[in-house]
Ligand binder design. Structure first.
Ligand code: ATP
Ligand code: ATP
Ligand code: MG
Ligand code: MG
Lengths: 253, 253
């Protein structure tokens, strides 16, 4: 199993939207995908329409529970989910000074690895212990960047954190790439930010951009990824294109 | 001085955009405004074009520095800023178990209060010690809500936290209100979410909505609030309307 952390501390970058919809698009191509929600907001969990989860991932991080006990099937074929719950709200503080807190998730994921081709970990908009734990557990990090100038500011801080995790916790942590999200091609500003992103990170920035598409904002109210909610939408098209490009970066079809 | 915490743990809600542009719109009406940036991303600080800030607010929170030493004038008449800096990135963890950490900001703001009519505190997208500290220091909390369904999910958690702060740290903490942000009137979804917000919080939701307006996304690259960057834009209009409505809620002109 390959583990991808979807991370960017700038709020509203498109982390949850990318984790959920990329998972669904990869499942359409036959991959068995585990989405792991470590965000106390539990947006990925509610997006899949999963309710009454009990403690969810909190059980695995703070109470020795196993991933295979916590995971649930979603309505999307090929996608399972380790749900988050409100229990996580206190976890950042509880784990902050716990010995080895940052490597708990990596240890918990190992026994579950055989059942999946890949895991996508949705993280909160912070660089705290939950996000660092996801980076420590990951083979690569995928960075959604909203096509606004404020989002570009946060990249340097994120990459410094990735560097620190690679040095101290996870020497094999790589960068899968940056993906421009919520790109409104009607505005010059959106285009300019994408160009700036490509200039700064030419190799790492995906060719695929995720266009602003209201279907992506509507889909969570129906508990479905955009591929199921509106398979002909620009949102579905873009996440399928991203899935294809991710697979080609891995050299597989 | 009246202190307003601008808070919502959902990322990308419009907290920074509201803190910066409401401050500028209130200053246009003659108020002396202090913007306090407690977000490690320092987006409000970079929006005002303030660089080389030294430790900024970190000095006040973690090292006994005074607000009046840390504050700087901005290019906007009537608006001063207590800047954030990258030093804050470690503060959440450093302060998490510090005795009395949650009331440090309130104590630091007191001596600076005479110089201003109001303070607007921009917070990070978490419910950690930096945001709780801002709530503990505030007279009221202003909650920007992006007009997307995922944003509505977070309100219950935020209001529970506000309740807890009122019970344990700051009994006079009130709710100034919710303001719908990034409302795209071209989409049914945006309208429906605003209607749902008004239904759930009829008294507390501002009549003013902040429309999606690219000038608000462009303004940070020019280091100016939208009122200076493009005073005739929908963004400037909406934040002026919000300023007027905020003042009328306080019963002043
Ligand atoms: N391409 C898109 N088109 C339209 N809306 C989008 C798009 N991508 C994301 N959104 C919407 O923008 C908002 C922010 O996206 P999302 O919640 O996925 O970001 P996030 O990085 O996970 O946020 P947080 O920092 O709170 O975890 C959501 O309301 C989502 O529905
Ligand atoms: N009304 C609007 N119209 C267009 N763009 C907007 C509007 N309000 C905010 N934005 C843009 O949306 C993004 C999110 O807004 P902002 O950064 O103010 O939210 P935030 O809640 O402060 O985010 P964070 O959770 O990261 O602190 C920014 O790129 C900003 O420029
Ligand atoms: Mg999210
Ligand atoms: Mg902000």
């Amino acid at each position: 199993m390959r583990t991808i952390a979807v991370a960017m501390q700038k709020g509203g970058s498109g982390k949850t939207t990318t984790a959920v919809n990329l998972a669904a698009a990869l499942a359409e191509r036959g991959r068995r995908v585990l989405v792991v929600d470590v965000d106390p907001q539990a947006n990925a969990t509610s997006w899949f329409g999963v309710r009454d989860v009990g403690k969810g991932i909190f059980d695995c991080l703070c109470e020795n529970g196993s991933i295979s006990d916590a995971l649930v099937r979603t309505a999307t074929a090929g996608v399972d989910l380790v749900p988050a719950s409100a229990w996580l709200v206190g976890a950042e503080k509880a784990l902050a000074h716990e010995v080895g807190a940052e490597t708990i998730l990596r240890r918990r994921l190992k026994p579950a690895a055989d059942g999946y081709d890949l895991a996508l970990v949705d993280t909160p908009p912070t660089l705290g212990v939950l996000t660092v734990g996801a980076l420590a557990a990951a083979d690569q990090v995928l960075v959604p960047v909203e096509a606004h100038v404020l989002a570009l500011n946060g990249l340097a801080q994120l990459l410094r954190t990735v560097e620190a995790v690679r040095d101290r916790l996870n020497e094999s942590l790589g960068l899968l790439g940056m993906v421009a999200c919520r790109v409104d091609a009607r505005t010059r500003h959106g285009i300019e930010v994408v160009e700036e992103l490509r200039k700064r990170f030419p190799e790492q920035t995906f060719r695929t951009v995720i266009r602003e598409n209201i279907r992506l904002a509507e889909a969570p109210s129906f508990g479905q990824p955009v591929t199921a909610y509106d398979g002909k939408s620009a949102g579905a098209e873009d996440y399928r294109a991203l899935a294809a490009e991710v697979l080609s970066r891995w050299g597989v079809g």
